[in-house]
Write a protein that binds this ligand. Sequence first.
Ligand code: NAD
Ligand code: 0WE
Length: 263
Amino acid sequence: MGLLSGKNALIFGLANDRSIAWGIAQAFAREGANLGFSYAGEALEKRVKPLAQQLGVSFVEQCDVASDAEIADVVDKAKNHFGNIDIIVHSIGFANKEELNGNYYDTSRAGFHLAMDISVYSFVAIAKAFQPILNKGAALLTLTYYGSVKVAPNYNMMGVAKAALEASTRYMASDFGPQGIRVNAISAGPIRTLAASGVSGFKDMLKNFAEMAPMRENVTAEDCGNAAVYLCSDWSSHVTGEVHYVDSGYNIMAASNPLKKEE
Ligand code: NAD
Ligand code: 0WE
């Protein structure tokens, strides 16, 4: 018996085998969940379909979360396929590349709107659209980053979007609480994924992170998957509105570590 046996779980944001969504999918499959995937668009189909096949997942639907119609379509399809849903994972974030360097104050109005729409509102829109088919005891989960709380150079617009995403997590936890539905976020340390590729200086960020973090190691998508199992299983019943750090302890530090002899 797995920790998620008998639970129907939908994961949004699978792009490839480096995605945090893939780490979560593998952990959920191991724990016996019935899985479904949703991916952004046409171009990702050839990557996502083989991954779904690896885990024997037959529900694989395209959904651009900028579109209410496409979200409604996935709800209909999920209703037909699963009946009801117990778990929704939102592992989606996007800002235009121009918005991820230089001064934050140079963010354009259109760029601000796009990042907020895809990275924040989509979680709200998905929660609202799926509400009619969510079981009591359901869990909603999103992925965030510490750049929401402290300034991470160049993260800029995404930091502001993640702050709004974390606040949305708390407001939705309050809204859904009376229905026995929980809403939480995982704040992951930096991981080399598609969304991190092309971020200049990412390699140095990983190195600095591991030096600063109490555990002196970077985190993996697999770590996020295992934390997601907890936050989406009945073991975390009555845990809601939380931002749960999976970051080797990085966020608790106020200054970098002095070098120790063994280092
Ligand atoms: P990823 O590129 O594998 O996943 C991001 C996903 O967002 C992709 O699947 C992409 O297709 C999807 N997406 C973008 N626009 C979309 C749209 N309009 N409709 C539907 N889907 C759309 O990268 P990842 O690092 O696994 O990112 C997953 C989440 O984790 C994001 O919210 C990211 O901000 C967060 N996160 C990442 C890190 C990191 O260092 N990689 C750290 C903390 C949090
Ligand atoms: O949330 C993220 C990734 C966010 C992201 C990345 C991109 C790159 C490609 C959102 N949109 C885009 N749009 C693109 O066109 N992370 C936590 C990873 C990340 O991204 C950074 C980071 C870190 C960490 C960007 C700048 C600085 C640090």
